[in-house]
Design a binder for this molecule. Sequence first.
Ligand SMILES: Nc1ncnc2c1ncn2[C@@H]1O[C@H](COP(=O)(O)OP(=O)(O)OP(=O)(O)O)[C@@H](O)[C@H]1O
Ligand SMILES: [Mg+2]
Length: 289
Amino acid sequence: MNGNNNYRNTNYQNPNYQNYQNNNYQDSGYQDAGYQDGGYQDAGYQDGGYQDDDFAKAGTNVSANANIVISARNIHKTFGKGETAQVVLDGANLDIAEGSFVSLMGESGSGKSTLLYLIGGLDRNFTGDIYVSGQNISNLSDSKLSEIRCKSMGFVFQFYNLAANLTVEDNILLPLEMSGRRVSDYREKYKEILEITGLENKVKSYPSQLSGGQQQRVAIARAVLGEPEIILADEPTGNLDAASGAEIMELFLRLNKERGVTILQVTHSAECASYSNRIVTLKNRVIVG
Ligand SMILES: Nc1ncnc2c1ncn2[C@@H]1O[C@H](COP(=O)(O)OP(=O)(O)OP(=O)(O)O)[C@@H](O)[C@H]1O
Ligand SMILES: [Mg+2]
């Protein structure tokens, strides 16, 4: 398999994007449309919140040479209004380097899932800026956002989210079909993914006939078949015993190392976090390191 190249995106080659860590945005020459449309200025860029020192802040501590595939800047998120309003994120920053495997930890209710869903474009009601593969997704049209989500991101959830009335094969192929891509173009990839996930003998089974670990492997196969650059996983082992959880982590490690997939996983488990090469924590509504 010639994995890594498939995951590359021309945006990564943009030298302006590589400068991202070194200076502030004024020097970086960020030219994408989202950056120019003014949305950026609302997010505190002009008020000094974004100058050099801030790049040393927790959540942005990645190598200066790394290409950044995910960048969440100055994220504010509130649920509810008036007296019941709850501020969940209050100026959170997070940069994720290409090819890294990052665990996001923090107490229950600290906002981990909230941040993950914002990064994945699943919740658009927030302020701040989120860049995915160099593109500011914060103010894209729904259709453009869907396209980026389909192309760049694969989601894995705690409760697998499989369609009960579809076989393993149909579950894995569903996102391709829904995004209008030709399944026949992905035959080879499909076989590879079955081999990696160890599901060759289960393709005609239904989710209810599988163990939790096997169901999660189906969800991962589904997430990676479209060759996303990024996997976003919310407690992918939260519903599994230790042995099945370790299997899933081994699978993530393999996808990360062999295929260059960037992984951001939310986890409560120190054991699972030990598979990743960076741990960040959400506390007091920001990333603290
Ligand atoms: N749709 C929603 N409406 C209102 N409040 C919400 C909503 N989703 C989350 N919250 C609140 O936001 C806070 C953060 O929730 P979130 O699910 O992000 O936490 P978490 O860190 O993922 O927790 P856990 O580890 O338990 O999954 C919680 O107080 C939660 O009640
Ligand atoms: Mg959660």
